[in-house]
Ligand binder design. Structure first.
Ligand SMILES: *C/C=C(C)/C=C/C=C(C)/C=C/C1=C(C)CCCC1(C)C
Length: 279
């Protein structure tokens, strides 16, 4: 539930974090689209999905930002004051859940697509990961908007079941197929999985903050901060690691491509210009 009142400091913290997330999502999306020619065609879909995820998130953060600004009124003069709930307005937490419902399955698609596994294995992984991730988000929402702690606990627990199942598939099942990846790629995939685990783990913790006995406004601000920072790590940083895997795999698959790419880098460094690499 949204707090009755925020101090200037609490209001500014949320305001600035929401703004930071918009910048991060928007420009990561643009970067990933622009970086398409820097990987082989077979890896471009993973980059594109990653850009779409960041784009969807940026859109929702614009909505969250507006919803946040509309939810409070202030008597502040000269930038200091108290923010109280605007009559008739309320902050819509639903934007986050709609965003996750779309982006969380896509983040798993990115991971599976960039690995370029055998088709059958790819399909079997996605058939398990996508429904589990949708279920995790759908079960979290009733708890998120509930005004009773008991309901928050119950749906939080239910949502944790598919969450644990996803971790099982990623850390146990997927590991079996990693031997076939080039060594440098294997290393980056391990990093990506750790990032996924660490950043996804923040969401249930942020969800729990209001249950840990903090004062209403502090708990709410802590939760917003947790979700916002986790969204930067789980979408932007994750997308950039996907790009790195795609690039390393492109080099490993096609030495001529690697040479052409490294050739341009040298060309720039030594001041030669006009070197064109076919995309
Ligand atoms: C870009 C958004 C991402 C990666 C969102 C991930 C969200 C979760 C891993 C949420 C998990 C939850 C639980 C495991 C239990 C409590 C309810 C949730 C939905 C916060």
């Amino acid at each position: 539930m949204i707090p009755e009142q925020l101090t200037q400091g609490q209001y500014d913290t949320v305001y600035n974090l929401l703004s930071l997330v918009i910048a991060a999502q928007l420009f990561t999306a643009l970067f990933l689209v622009a970086a398409q020619p820097r990987v082989l065609p077979r890896y471009r879909q993973a980059l594109l999905v990653s850009a779409v995820v960041c784009g969807i998130a940026a859109y929702h953060y614009f909505r969250i930002f507006d919803s946040f600004r509309d939810a409070f009124v202030t008597d502040a003069v000269g930038g200091r004051g108290t923010y109280t709930q605007a009559p008739g307005a309320s902050f819509n937490e639903g934007y986050r859940y709609v965003d996750w419902l779309l982006t969380v399955p896509l983040l798993l698609v990115e991971l599976v697509v960039v690995l370029a596994l055998a088709r059958k294995l790819q399909a079997s992984l996605l058939w398990r990961l996508i429904p589990a991730s949708a279920l995790m988000i759908a079960l979290g929402y009733p708890g998120e908007v509930a005004s009773s702690d008991a309901v928050r606990h119950v749906f939080g627990l239910l949502s944790t079941i598919p969450f644990l199942y996803i971790l099982y598939v990623l850390f146990v099942e997927l590991t079996k197929s990693l031997d076939r990846q080039p060594p440098a790629v294997r290393d980056t995939i391990s990093k990506l999985r750790i990032l996924l685990f660490a950043s996804w783990g923040v969401y249930p913790i942020a969800y729990l903050v209001p249950l840990l006995g903090f004062d209403g406004a502090d708990a709410w601000v802590g939760k917003q901060a947790g979700y916002s920072i986790a969204d930067i790590l789980a979408k932007c940083l994750y997308g950039l690691l996907i790009y790195r895997i795609a690039r390393l795999k492109s080099f490993a698959d096609d030495p001529a491509f690697a040479e052409a790419e490294e050739g341009t880098a040298e060309g720039h460094a030594s001041g030669r210009s006009g070197v064109q690499v076919p995309a």
